[in-house]
Design a protein around this ligand. Structure first.
Ligand SMILES: Cc1ncc(COP(=O)(O)O)c(C=O)c1O
Length: 413
């Protein structure tokens, strides 16, 4: 049975608003997902009822904060099937998580970072910078227009690298091609050469059931704001042994068990050694609420609903526009999330996005979506138009998007 979308929409107050007297169609969830009332209430409760630090003071507010803070980590660990809550490190977002994960590198010049050409800037810019500084080698696997990962190319690249000196940081699900990579197959190839596999889970974590043990990944980073959670919250999952080796990005209060003047510091075990200073308690506890919310709907159900939206969008776009547009990513809607980066072939994507809002209150994104290099490599120098749908979107909304795009084409060509 499909999701009860009418009921789900009741949970999202942002969808109850009208703009110019008409409902809005929110199609920008790949950038920022809307928040259910449960998450909003959890944030407000922290600030109104028990604002305090976790793990410091002995009073009731602090004890409650400590309990809920610890429970959120357990909820997230369970949600991604981590072996142990201590394998979950809180961060601000995916970008910070991926940067933190790379702290396992030794920078002795012999290591190779492997990524793909459609990587988001948060999984590319730092690697290019490190290569330019001469600290690592960098291999970029070309991602074709259809978004299908080239496993033979990975095998070839991995075989060239020194054993034990490989750090593959790959995009689990693309924010432009919408495609997933075959993680288990990739993990096998990387691990056979004693490499480390880090996944950018920004676009998979909100949309698919994630089981880090089954995927056999070493590191996995994601953001909560794309998964119905608060802004300013993300996490890095890491195998415990690997987390022990990773160098923290920031050090300070709460990361040490003891300090003796002038140079004796004892770092705490993970995850504490990575979580310096006073934390985002409200955001972390609301992260727990977001995880509970998604669990109550069921990630399999969300994925199935997105496949329906994806099929509706791809079929509708192909039937209406044929080769007047170019849709990045696989033709098969069942192997995509419900987003599409579309080249409008001559129509400026920014103008189209503004018209979408003006004409039908459709909120979506245009531009490079932080994948400048990939867009440039495809000659898409003005970017693309990107609708991205989620659990609260209806098939009718997808159809209105296609009809409106047709109106824009009629207007502008
Ligand atoms: C595939 C992908 N990776 C990484 C990110 C970066 O996420 P954040 O800005 O939350 O760090 C995004 C965000 O759009 C993304 O889509």
């Amino acid at each position: 049975m499909g999701l009860d979308i009418k009921k789900i929409r009741e949970d999202f107050p942002a969808l109850h608003q009208l703009k110019d007297g008409k409902p809005i169609i929110y199609a920008d969830s790949a950038c920022m997902a809307l928040k259910p009332q449960l998450v909003i209430d959890t944030l407000i409760q922290y600030y109104t009822e028990y604002t305090a630090c976790a793990g410091r003071s002995p009073h009731a507010f602090s004890l409650k904060t400590t309990r809920l803070y610890d429970e959120a980590r357990k909820d997230l660990a369970r949600f991604i099937n981590a072996k142990n809550p201590a394998e979950v490190v809180w961060t601000r977002n995916t970008t910070e998580s991926l940067n933190l994960g790379s702290g396992c590198l030794k920078y002795d010049g012999s290591e190779t970072i492997i990524t793909t050409s459609e990587s988001h800037n948060s999984n590319l810019v730092k690697w290019v910078r490190l290569k330019n500084l001469g600290r690592v080698n960098l291999e970029i696997i070309e991602m074709p227009l259809n978004g299908i990962f080239n496993i033979e190319e990975l095998t070839r690249v991995v075989e060239k690298c020194e054993v034990g000196k490989i750090f593959a940081s790959l995009n689990h699900t693309s924010n432009v091609t919408a495609a997933h990579i075959p993680v288990q197959e990739i993990a096998k190839i990387v691990h056979e050469r004693e490499g480390i596999l880090q996944l950018d889970g920004a676009q998979s974590f909100p949309h698919l059931p994630i089981d880090v043990q089954k995927l056999d990944v070493d590191l996995f980073g994601a953001s909560m704001h794309k998964a119905c959670g608060p802004t300013g919250m993300g996490f890095l999952y890491g195998r415990y042994k690997l987390l022990q080796e990773i160098e923290p990005l920031i050090l300070g209060g709460e990361t040490v068990s003891d300090v003796h003047y002038p140079d004796d510091i004892t770092l705490l075990n993970p995850p504490a050694k990575f979580e310096a200073g006073l934390q985002n308690y409200a955001g972390t506890i609301a992260t727990g609420a977001a995880v509970q919310y998604l669990t109550s709907i069921g990630m399999e159900n969300i994925a199935a609903h997105e496949r329906l939206l994806s099929r509706t969008m791809l079929t509708g776009l192909n039937d209406t526009f044929g080769d007047k547009i170019l849709i990045l990513g696989p033709e098969d809607p069942s192997i995509r999330t419900a987003l599409a980066a579309i080249d409008l072939k001559g129509i400026n994507p920014h103008e189209a996005a503004i018209l979408m809002d003006d004409m039908k209150n459709i909120f979506l994104r245009s531009g490079f979506h932080c994948t400048h290099a990939y867009h440039h490599s495809l000659g898409l120098n003005e970017g693309t138009l990107r609708p991205s749908f989620y659990l609260y979107n209806t098939v009718e909304e997808v159809e209105i998007f296609i009809e409106t795009l047709k109106e824009i084409f009629d207007l502008m060509t």
